[in-house]
Design a binder for this molecule. Structure first.
Ligand code: GLU
Ligand code: MG
Length: 442
């Protein structure tokens, strides 16, 4: 860090700098340093216990099967390019950090895992661009009941009027942090909103996901509301997805399409890799017990191992553009914001590259609604059922050699231990119990 940055933070009247990271359970955490001592600690990293990567989402109780315990210190190494003053908490600034151990990137650092995926893609001549498309719920609580800010339907202009000020404030706060806001509409469920942002390179996209979640929650607090990205809050209403939009690039050119309205072979191979690894991938992209209450047929949540052009029920949708070039990207829907974005996107990249390397074929694009077909017909079309709960997804990940090797032995051990603990503790929970425990975690 340079003394210029300290001066910039001083002139912005910042009091605390939050050195921020996201753990295996996808809890965003930070240690803050006061501006008064920052100048004399420019090169001095902030430490955290290694056990931080062994905590399940429920509580700060170390899972011993993770291989981590009270002994050992990892160091937060800020990436100064991510430094931002927080528009919703202007006396604080945030910088995103990598985790180091013994002067090296720590094998359990999620951000470094994504960097390894990016490097592997580069070695295959592919650059991945991405955006997480968040849905979230705005809520207040009354007498221990959760009350959504509206009870409107999809794209309702009434919801726009009711929530205009907070939506404007969230957008302004994102823009102030150099994120380009693209579109907004009220989503289907009560209090549910969707704001989409511009794609970025893979690391930037995952960083933006942290900024997005922090910003929505921070602004909601200013308005006396709760914001939640929990995948399923109301049993019979749409859940909160966090679809992952992806495009593949080579030598500065988007190579997702083939120039004649279809996907390129490389993009098809990449999608085939995602579909092939999907049951295991879900332990990273839909990793909470609650995630599986969202993934249901007829909820447009990616409940089938299928892909198709403009098909909102399959795991992968290829949206067509109204004007050429088309398609320019594809959308992986079996993702929600309970996923650590670095781990989820890194794993998706490794799975997609496996498809490219092995020249996997994703099969024919699906142009039916798989939710309307009998299991036997689905099987004929090669459409397979997905894990029905986190426990099943964990078993698939535990047996997926490609993803385990990509994660590495230490990260996969700790990650699986954390998620297994969550599954053991929460598998019998009813939705309302799970919602009250997790609503404000994600
Ligand atoms: N809310 C749906 C989901 O759970 C997505 C609806 C849509 O934007 O297509 O993923
Ligand atoms: Mg949506």
């Amino acid at each position: 860090m340079s003394i210029e940055l300290v001066k910039y933070l001083e002139s912005a009247r910042v009091k605390f700098l939050r050195i921020t990271f996201c753990d295996n359970a996808n809890v965003i955490r930070a240690k803050a340093i006061h501006l008064g001592i920052l100048a004399e600690n420019l090169e001095y990293p902030t430490g955290i216990t290694v056990a931080q990567q062994a905590l399940p989402v429920m509580s700060d109780t170390v899972v011993s099967k993770s291989g981590l315990g009270p002994i050992g210190e990892a160091w937060l190494i800020p990436d100064w390019s991510t430094l931002r003053v927080l528009p919703y908490a202007p006396t604080h600034a945030r910088v995103l950090a990598d985790l180091n151990l013994d002067g090296q990137p720590w094998s359990l650092c999620p951000r470094d895992f994504l960097k390894r995926a990016i490097t592997t893609a580069e070695q295959a001549g592919i650059k991945v661009m991405a955006a997480f498309e968040n849905e979230f719920s705005l809520l207040s609580s009354r007498n221990n009941f959760i009350v959504p800010t509206d009870d409107t339907v999809f794209a309702s202009t009434l919801s726009m009027d009711l929530n205009r000020e907070i939506i404007d404030a969230i957008s302004d706060a994102l823009i102030a942090q150099e994120i380009i806001v693209e579109r907004y509409y009220p989503e289907s469920a009560p209090g549910q909103q969707e704001i989409s942002i511009r794609y970025a390179d893979a690391l930037g996209a995952a960083d933006h996901q942290i900024v997005f979640r922090e910003t929505v929650r921070g602004v909601a607090i200013q308005y006396g509301l709760k914001a939640s990205f929990l995948p399923k809050i109301f049993a019979d209403k749409a859940g909160n997805g966090c679809h992952l939009h992806l495009s593949l690039w080579q030598n500065g050119q988007n190579i997702t399409g083939n120039g004649s309205g279809q996907l390129s072979t490389t993009a098809q191979n990449f999608i085939a890799g995602i579909l092939h690894h999907l049951p295991a991938l879900m332990a990273l992209t839909t990793p909470s017990t609650n995630s599986y209450k969202r993934i249901r047929p007829h909820f447009w949540s990616g409940a089938f191992t299928a892909w198709g052009y403009d098909n909102r029920e399959g795991a992968v949708r290829v949206p067509s553009n109204p004007l050429p070039p088309s398609p320019t990207h594809f959308e992986f829907k079996t993702v929600d914001a309970s996923a650590n974005p670095y781990l989820a996107l890194g794993a998706v990249i490794f799975a997609g590259l496996d498809g490219v390397r092995r020249n996997l074929n994703p099969g024919e694009p699906v142009d039916i609604d798989p939710g309307l077909f009998e299991p036997a017909e689905l099987q004929e079309r090669g459409i397979k059922p997905l894990p029905q709960n986190l426990g099943e997804a964990i078993l698939h990940l535990s047996a997926d050699r490609l993803l385990l090797e990509a994660l590495g032995s230490e990260l996969s051990r700790a990650y699986l231990a954390v998620r297994e603990e969550e599954w053991e503790v929460m598998k019998e929970m009813e939705l309302d119990q799970e919602v009250s425990l997790l609503l404000e975690r994600y």
